[in-house]
Write a protein that binds this ligand. Structure first.
Ligand code: NDP
Length: 444
């Protein structure tokens, strides 16, 4: 049996109740087969695959808090510190009822390779809780965040582990957690990223994931002799990633004709009005029906459907498993040339394979949405220096990072005879750097 297959068997046996973690490990290890085969003796002797699939530690804890009725509530908190071979653990905190250990481990495992791809010194980790912030008062959110951080503060630090936001954890939650960390430790340090601008946050962090997605997409197009100018782009989502992806695509001369939310979608052949979209989503927090009501050129449709619109480039920016096999077939039939993922895992495995087999340039989220965590790492650098960089400085660094990511994943795929397979290229490029650091640091 090959080394990859042996370790996959072992991972399945040891983590049988964690399907998402098994799925993530299977996807990554399968795409690493050529690298592992080329270095089999060295990797086996050093148990590289056994070590990289076993977190350094996984912390689970009780989070008791008092709701507005005076009732004590209990949630479960998690922090999985997966691998710190190349830097302090870094990864978001997800607050959502679906959170469990397997999901946090899957996200933490993927984060190792994404963070490595940024070329910045950050290891992989992830955390969160099964707490549901929806419908909670500000006081309840604060009570939860303070209790969560009271325990988490024992395990993190600016040089140890630097959590960030994720689903359910935005600026408000990061602020409450940061305040509690300060009370517990008595130090003002860059222990969290995604902070407000008045207390150590970075300019351009809000825009970073969407802008970064477009910097990478533009480089990919350029390397295939194309440009963004005049291209028709289909975007899903209407949140942070989608809004800033749309803005940057339009600045590059493309026309974005769709957006979507959890209830419906917009087709606007004149091009999405970003100012109006921000007003509807960021200010009023309303449905997209309000966009259509204010914009005569726009059509609103219930349900899902953006992928049926003719386009040159498709950017899924909403959520996981939102681009399915039939959508992939429709995109190919309509002549779509390029799909780059703004969201995490929006394209199903069969849809990804269909797109790749039909000549669509496909870049997965691990590489394409890494601009968010890269800019979080730039926030860490600013905190260490006790300086704040200008928007232009952060944006220029982000652009450079995304262009480099594209070339690194492209080169890695070519080195192993898989030219154009950017999914494998991303896994290989991310993996190689971490493994070299692990080998250099001995058995630990
Ligand atoms: P937001 O919560 O800001 O926006 C998500 C958008 O997707 C919302 O418009 C939401 O609709 C929509 N949406 C959610 N679920 C569905 C669904 N089932 N069908 C259709 N639309 C849906 O999140 P972000 O923009 O921050 O994140 C989007 C994705 O990008 C996630 O996968 C996230 O993990 C990933 N990501 C984000 C980064 C960041 O820096 N923000 C960094 C890296 C990855 P509604 O308005 O109705 O809620």
């Amino acid at each position: 049996m090959s080394y990859v297959d042996e370790v996959l068997e072992l991972v399945k046996k040891k983590n049988a109740s964690e399907p998402e973690f098994i799925q993530a490990v299977t996807e990554v290890l399968n795409s690493l087969r050529p690298v592992v085969e080329a270095n089999e003796e060295l990797y086996r002797k050093n148990a590289i695959l056994e070590r990289i699939t076993e977190p350094d530690r996984q912390i689970m804890f009780r989070v008791p808090w008092v709701d507005d009725k005076g009732q004590v509530q209990v949630n479960r908190g998690f922090r999985v510190q997966f691998n710190n071979a190349i830097g302090p653990y870094k990864g978001g905190l997800r607050l959502h009822p679906s959170v469990n250990l397997g999901i946090i481990k899957f996200l933490g495992f993927e984060q190792i390779f994404k963070n490595s791809l940024t070329s910045l010194p950050i290891g992989g980790g992830k955390g969160g809780s099964d707490f549901d912030p929806k419908g909670k008062s500000d006081r309840e959110i604060m009570a939860f965040c303070q209790s969560f951080m009271t325990e988490l503060s024992k395990y993190i630090g600016a040089d140890v582990d630097v959590p960030a936001g994720d689903i359910g954890t935005g600026a408000r939650e990061i602020g409450f957690m940061f305040g509690q960390y300060k009370r517990m430790k008595g130090t003002f340090e860059g222990v969290l990223t995604g902070k407000g601008l008045t207390y150590g946050g970075s300019l351009a962090r809000t825009e970073a994931t969407g802008y970064g997605l477009l910097y990478l997409t533009q480089e990919l197009m350029k390397c295939h002799g194309e440009s963004m100018e005049g291209k028709t782009v289909v975007v899903s989502g209407a949140g942070n990633v989608a809004i800033y992806a749309t803005q940057k695509a339009q600045q590059m001369g493309a026309k974005v004709v769709t957006c979507s939310d959890s209830t419906g979608w917009i087709y606007d052949p004149e091009g999405i009005d970003v100012a109006l979209l921000k007003e509807v989503k960021e200010v009023k927090r309303a449905r997209l029906t309000e966009y259509a009501a204010a914009r005569p050129s726009a059509e609103y449709h219930e349900g899902r459907g953006v992928w049926q619109i003719q386009c040159d480039i498709a950017l899924p920016c909403a959520t996981q498993n939102e681009l399915l096999i039939d959508d992939a077939k429709q995109l190919v039939a309509n002549g779509c040339k390029c799909v780059c993922e703004g969201a995490n895992m929006p394209t199903t495995i069969d849809a990804t394979e269909y797109l790749q087999q039909n000549g669509v340039w496909f870049v997965g989220g691990k590489a394409a949405n890494a601009g968010g965590v890269a800019t979080s790492a730039l926030e860490m650098s600013q905190n260490s220096e006790r300086l704040s960089w200008s928007f232009e400085e952060v944006d220029a660094k982000l652009q450079n990072i995304m262009v480099n990511i594209y070339h690194n994943i492209d080169d890695a795929a070519k080195r192993y005879g898989m030219e154009g397979n950017y999914v494998a290229g991303a896994n290989i490029a991310g993996f190689e750097k971490v493994v070299n650091a692990m080998l250099a640091q001995g058995v630990c």
